[in-house]
Design a protein around this ligand. Structure first.
Ligand SMILES: C[S@@+](CC[C@H](N)C(=O)[O-])C[C@H]1O[C@@H](n2cnc3c(N)ncnc32)[C@H](O)[C@@H]1O
Length: 288
């Protein structure tokens, strides 16, 4: 999902903060937040965030009824834009994925992998195993578009499901990928998923994650096309440590400058880049 059109320009983030700081004085704050909320709900605010909540359930009650990602227009947008090219933030994933393939990985679970965007975008650049399987967990409408697209393009390694627990329960994946996605699932913290997985993957590639130095919280995002979703934001140290405690080593982390989080009226919840992390379970796999 596209974030606000800010590119990698940190100074723009600074400008937004300073300008909005002026109108953050206590006596103007309530009317300012009312105005910000109205703006957030408008169709122009595709990608914008609003509000700080304790849970998905409370964030949901603050949103208009909407299908979330389970929306034809969102599926079409991904087919048109994201299957055709790799973006800057994809390159670390491609590097580590290729190393995993060279080390013998053959099965990928792509959590929130849309219509198969990562496979299509990476295919021109990577040597993939001939017997690769690439399973995608997606909402029903996007999964159905993904199946149709795979049939049209003859991209055979795919299978789609909307049942995350079933997919991880199968426990036969060498690699888990999730890019800009787990934060939109109500209950898909990787440490929890890994704890419930009988046979854990050797490689864990998490991209476009909203990690910051403050506490965990939930916000909401305007996804465009009249759709909205709650979004988890995680404390960086606790998030990484929770996966390390399961025996994984964070071999690489990278900044994702194309995504930022600006939550109106909450400087402590706003930050100027997202994060990618590659975890390896050294007892199971090696990277070459
Ligand atoms: C921002 S998009 C990212 C798509 C893709 N990974 C990428 O990097 O372009 C988030 C994806 O997560 C999927 N998603 C969110 N919540 C989900 C859920 N509860 N079950 C299945 N898929 C979900 C959405 O349908 C969407 O395709």
């Amino acid at each position: 999902m596209k974030g606000p059109a800010v590119g990698s320009d940190m100074s723009l983030y600074g400008v937004i903060h300073s300008a909005r700081g002026i109108v953050d004085w206590p006596f103007v704050r309530p009317s300012r937040l009312k105005w910000e909320r109205k703006r957030f709900l408008s169709p122009r605010s595709n990608g914008a965030y609003f509000g700080v909540y304790e849970s998905f359930a409370s964030a949901r009650t603050a949103l208009p009824a909407s299908p979330g990602f389970n929306h034809e227009a969102i599926a079409r947008e991904y087919i048109e834009t994201r299957t055709e090219r790799a973006f800057e933030y994809d390159y670390p994933v491609m590097l580590w994925l290729e190393k995993a393939f060279r080390a013998g990985a053959k099965s990928v679970l792509d959590i929130g992998g849309s219509v198969g965007v990562h496979y299509y975008a990476y295919r021109p650049y990577l040597d993939m195993p001939a017997d690769l399987s690439w399973d995608i967990v997606e909402v029903p409408i996007i999964a159905s578009f993904g199946r149709e697209l795979a049939a049209e393009r003859g991209a055979l390694p795919f299978s789609f499901t909307s049942d995350l627990n079933e997919a991880i329960g199968a426990g036969r994946h060498d690699v888990w990928i999730s890019a800009g996605a787990i934060q939109y699932f109500e209950d898909a913290h990787p440490a929890k998923l890994l704890s419930h997985c009988a046979q854990r993957p050797a490689h864990l590639l998490l991209n476009k994650l909203p990690l910051h130095d403050g506490d965990d919280f939930v916000t909401t995002q305007n996804l465009g096309y009249g759709a909205f979703s709650p979004v988890h934001v995680y404390n960086r140290t606790r998030f990484i440590r929770s996966i390390q405690e399961l025996g994984y080593t964070p071999l690489d982390t990278w900044d994702v400058h194309e995504r930022l989080m600006y939550v109106p009226g909450h400087h402590e919840c706003s930050f100027d880049k997202f994060t990618g992390v590659y975890f390896l379970d050294r007892t199971k796999g090696q990277s070459q």
